[in-house]
Design a protein around this ligand. Structure first.
Ligand code: SME
Length: 155
C-alpha cells in the first residue's frame, strides 16, 4: 500500500472515530494513536491554543504519542508557533536549519505542523495544531499535507 492509499484508509477510520464520539480530546487522542501506529512516526500529537499568564494565548501540549514533549509554545515560536501564527501548514525537511526550532528531542529531524481551524463567533480561528516529528530527514510532502489537513478538518 502506498502512502496515498494508507492515508485514504486513515481518513475513513478517523471519520468513523469522530462520528462515534463528540469529545474533542478523546478524538484527538485516538487520531494521534492511529497516525502514529500507521506510519511509525517519532512523535505525533496536538498542541492546543489556550489562555496564557504571560501573553494572551499560547500553545499547550495536548494528546500525543511518543516521548515526553515541551508543554508550552508561544505564538510565532518553533515550527508549531509559526504554523499557528501563519494559519497554514508548515513542512520542514531539516529541523536543524529552521530558525527558532524547538528541539524537544534531539532525535527529530523533520516535521510537519498542520493548524486546526474552527468557526468561532462568525470567523475562523486556529484552535490548535497537529504536530508530527520524524527521525528521518524530508519525511513530509504535499501528500501528507493534503491528507493531514483533511483529517484535522474532521475533528
Ligand atoms: N519541534 C516543535 C516543538 C514540539 S515537539 O517537537 C514535540 C517546534 O519547533 O515547534
Amino acid at each position: 500500500m502506498n502512502k496515498e492509499e494508507k492515508y485514504q484508509e486513515l481518513v475513513a477510520q478517523v471519520a468513523a472515530i469522530v462520528n462515534g464520539e463528540s469529545d474533542e480530546i478523546a478524538n484527538m487522542a485516538n487520531v494521534a494513536a492511529v497516525l502514529h501506529e500507521a506510519f511509525g512516526f517519532w512523535w505525533t500529537g496536538f498542541y492546543l491554543v489556550k489562555p496564557s499568564a504571560v501573553s494572551s494565548h499560547e500553545l499547550v501540549l495536548g494528546p500525543f504519542q511518543g516521548p515526553i514533549a515541551c508543554t508550552r509554545i508561544p505564538l510565532g515560536k518553533g515550527v508549531c508557533g509559526t504554523a499557528w501564527e501563519r494559519g497554514e501548514t508548515v513542512i520542514v525537511g531539516n529541523v536543524h536549519e529552521f530558525k527558532g526550532h524547538i528541539a524537544c528531542s534531539a532525535e527529530s529531524n523533520s516535521e510537519i505542523v498542520v493548524p486546526i481551524r474552527k468557526a468561532k463567533g462568525g470567523k475562523s480561528e486556529v484552535t490548535g495544531v497537529l504536530d508530527i516529528d520524524s527521525k528521518e530527514f524530508n519525511t513530509f510532502d504535499e501528500t501528507d499535507k493534503k491528507y493531514l489537513e483533511e483529517i484535522v478538518r474532521l475533528l
